[in-house]
Write a protein that binds this ligand. Structure first.
Ligand code: AMP
Ligand code: MG
Length: 517
């Protein structure tokens, strides 16, 4: 097995080379050396063949001893320089100071045969100087969720960090899963995350908060040079162009989340990728019955700051925090305000494009806004399943529109009867709108099914994979990974596309999750 490393982050930015793992503030550096802590009995539980291909790793490589040793954190491969990044963050609306990679250890930037750069990072590989009072480890349930969802997001076409492998450590980890004073031992596991960049808004915020303007300038220049090849390094406006690009990528990301009903759950600025990737899969979730106010995160149950429909406004709030950090080195505040205004414009543009496509409309028309708004209003009143609703709507025949088509999306029969008239009224308007376009039912159906997934890794499905994995059975995970490879196809096994069953409503992990991981 051979990986070629070119570790620009550690080679070009200052780091703390002491190798001391004691938790502390690290001023004046972007990273600290951090060796993974060895584990007792590593075992490869799953891997992504697509990510293996990205890294030019063969199946033989994946199943080799060297692979297991490297991706459990037991033995570094030649060329790896393990480090933990220093970053801060605004958590739930408040500045939390220095955070950093408390349990993520980056191994290096691998260059594949096509010249692409992929940074590898172990999550759950032991303590770093940023572990604060925690143990640097991750439990199987949270690692499995991150592994599965990273790959599912990619195949859905949504920007995300990727996952190469899921490795059991063979060591127990103590966690209070429900935060109710009942800590218990759980199996530990490590995910190897793979991304073009792991830089977050918080990497810039921490330097601004320490008043390290020179280093902040350096990190910005580094980020543009390595991660934004589309931006001309020589341009005098490069900061403005860069911030504008970050704003646009972030707008696109949250609109993509809304398209598929994904709720990140912890949109703190330390969990916001500078490249607009989905990063840090914690208590995330997929909305089943449509509710804009739904969040999977029990820590956010009362406030619902990070609920489904709030994600765009939170993204903007986070960009405003990034702007405040950049203001300390920007030629003017105006260029940052322009970037934020560009976020607002991009958001509107992406949103209307996404909604138009979701409803099978060929063009955006101003008068569609009320048709679309009314649909979501009805979906909420009717408590229908979002994923099922859009797949069913795609089957509508213009000549014979039949409401019973949507019945499969309802969780409650009585709501179907109660809202029948309203839905029929809406369907009439929808059909009238469709009749105004040059289209066939089949063509519209195909377009709609290309943006409305048949399969998303619903929370209750992931939980079933976790329950089985705890019994050493990985067949459900394998089946979910397989379905996740072609989420828009028709031929997904029906048990993997079924609406959330009643037993899952209150079961931990199926609709609500704590941050415990
Ligand atoms: P999160 O809310 O998961 O994004 O984590 C916020 C911060 O806490 C990050 O700096 C993490 O690295 C750190 N953290 C979370 N869990 C652990 C853990 N088990 N050990 C060490 N640090 C952790
Ligand atoms: Mg995080």
């Amino acid at each position: 097995m051979q990986l070629n490393f070119d570790n620009r982050f550690v080679n070009e930015l200052p780091g703390d080379l002491t190798g001391v793992m004691q938790s502390r503030q690290t001023q004046g550096v972007c990273w600290s050396l951090a060796q993974p802590t060895q584990v007792a009995k590593p075992r490869l539980l799953a891997h992504s063949r697509e990510v293996a291909e990205l890294l030019d790793l063969s199946e033989e490589d994946i199943h080799s001893r060297a692979f297991l040793a490297a991706f459990s954190g037991n033995q570094l491969l030649p060329g790896m320089t393990p480090y933990a990044a220093c970053y801060g963050g605004h958590q739930f609306g408040n500045w939390a100071g220095q955070l950093g990679d408390g349990r993520a250890i980056a191994l290096g930037e691998a260059i594949n045969g096509r010249g692409q750069r992929w940074e590898l990072q172990l999550k759950g590989a032991g303590m770093t100087p940023y572990s604060r009072r925690a143990d640097g480890r991750a439990v199987l349930r949270s690692s499995l969720r991150e592994f599965l969802c990273s790959e599912a997001m990619h195949h859905l076409g949504i920007p995300t960090t990727r996952a190469l492998s899921l490795v059991a450590t063979g060591e127990p980890v103590l966690r209070d899963m429900l935060y109710d004073g009942n800590p218990a031992m759980e199996p530990g596991a490590i995910v190897c995350r793979v991304s073009r960049s792991f830089i977050r808004f918080g990497n810039f915020e921490i330097l601004a908060s320490y008043g390290q303007r020179d280093l902040l300038q350096r990190l910005i220049a580094f980020t543009i040079d390595r991660d934004f090849p589309e931006i001309d390094m020589q341009s005098g406006d490069r900061l403005a162009i860069w911030f504008r690009t970050v704003c646009e990528k972030t707008a696109r990301l949250v609109v993509e989340w809304l398209r598929v009903g994904f709720v990140h759950g912890v949109m703190n600025t330390d969990n916001m990728s500078i490249l607009g990737l989905t990063i840090d899969y914690g208590p995330y979730g997929w909305v089943d019955n449509f509710d804009p106010n739904w969040t999977p995160n029990t820590t956010d149950e009362n406030w619902r700051r990070y609920a489904l429909a709030k994600q765009p406004s939170i993204a903007r709030w986070n960009l405003e925090r990034l702007a405040v950090a950049l203001e300390t080195v920007a030629p003017s505040r105006a260029i940052l305000d322009e970037g934020l205004a560009h976020f607002d414009e991009s958001l509107q543009e992406y949103l209307s494009g996404m909604l138009t496509a979701k409803f099978g409309l060929q063009q955006i028309k101003v008068e569609d806004a009320s048709l679309i708004e009314d649909a979501f209003e009805l979906m909420q009143q009717a408590n229908v399943d979002m994923t099922e609703f859009f797949r069913a709507l795609a089957d509508l025949k213009q000549q014979a529109p039949d409401l019973s088509l949507l019945k499969s999306a309802f969780y409650q029969e009585f709501l179907y009867r109660e809202l029948e008239e309203k839905f029929n009224g809406w369907l009439k308007r929808y059909v009238a709108r469709l009749s105004g376009q040059q289209d066939t039912d089949e063509a519209r159906r195909r377009r709609m099914n290309a943006v409305n997934p048949r399969f998303v890794p619903r929370n209750y499905l992931a939980q079933q994979a976790i329950d089985a994995a705890m019994q050493d059975d990985f067949s459900m995970l394998d089946r979910l990974m397989e379905a996740a490879r072609h989420p828009y196809d028709e031929d997904i096994p029906p048990e993997l596309t079924a609406k959330r069953p009643d037993w899952a409503i209150d079961k931990p992990g199926c609709s609500m999750l704590s941050c415990s991981s």
